[in-house]
Design a protein around this ligand. Sequence first.
Ligand code: F0G
Length: 355
Amino acid sequence: MWKGVIEAYRMFLPVTDATPVVSLCEGNTPLIQLHNLPGLFNIAAEWYAKYEGLNPTGSFKDRGMCMAITKAKEAGSKIVMCASTGNTSAAAAAYAARAGMACCVLIPEGKIALGKLSQAMLHGALVLQIQGNFDDALTLVREITAEYPITLVNSLNPYRIEGQKTGAFEIVDQLGDAPDFHFIPVGNAGNITAYWKGYTEYFSHQKSTKLPKMMGYQAAGSAPIVMGHPIEHPDTIATAIRIGNPASWQQAVAARDESGGLIDMVTDDEITQAQQMLAGHEGIFCEPASAASIAGVIKYAQANRFESGQRIVSILTGHGLKDPTRAIEIASRPVVVDRTKAAILKVLSPMLESA
Ligand code: F0G
């Protein structure tokens, strides 16, 4: 029986037999080979999607939050706090509830997807909305947690990175080796940092024969690393990565440079097209920010060749149901029909004719 990432990768994590593990059986997410998109974009390589949206709270954050809350509990902490564009707050609220701890989350007012907000609320967190962006919220949370007995559970907390590196372990275990390319959305840059740590640790334990190129993608309106300076007013429909001054900026640059990879950006239109293509041609529903890792592959393939025999992994960081508002905005409307067979057949006929 799968018991979560701490039990699965205990020997690579900072836990002892006495550590009180707080888990929701996160991890063990599927690595789905894409069958239709490679042909549509003339990509010869094998292309896989790591569907992190299938974690217990619907995003990759569960891997890191499991570890952060476990260590907070071990240290006797009673309260945890984070700034969030949504997913971190959902995971923090859920794992804190599981651990019997209090949780406070600071979010940017009006810029958080509905699914994420509903999670933080129902798990019983104290939800504070500020008139500011994620970067403002994180600054406040850092100040408050430095002064009061509250554990910070943003990815500045090193245990978050420890937990999230298990995503890399799983990919290597699933593929039998590391991929050639690892495409990932970049927001606060904790996840690209964690994956690179995971790949390099597994490599040094001879679990893989190679290391992937780390290919990070920011949204064009929120691309500080690509621009080379913080963005004061970041903007994108991918609210999860609407971040102007990533906390792990230097680590993301190191991952890029040490791996011979790239940090680039994709536009909101490219993100939207990628989300639609993945849903419509592969049956996989991810949230907008996650689609940046698909849009990144499509963009890269326009100017570069992926060779047959190479393997690409795109990290689908969050489930599409996190942001139903956006999905409904970009999809075709339901058709209203009379309650008769004839009315239904009239609308259905083009589909029947083309089948
Ligand atoms: N994808 C999703 C769905 C996210 O929620 C995030 C970050 C990222 C990608 C980027 O990961 O920050 O490690 O580079 N969400 C954070 C949050 C900021 O508060 O939920 P990163």
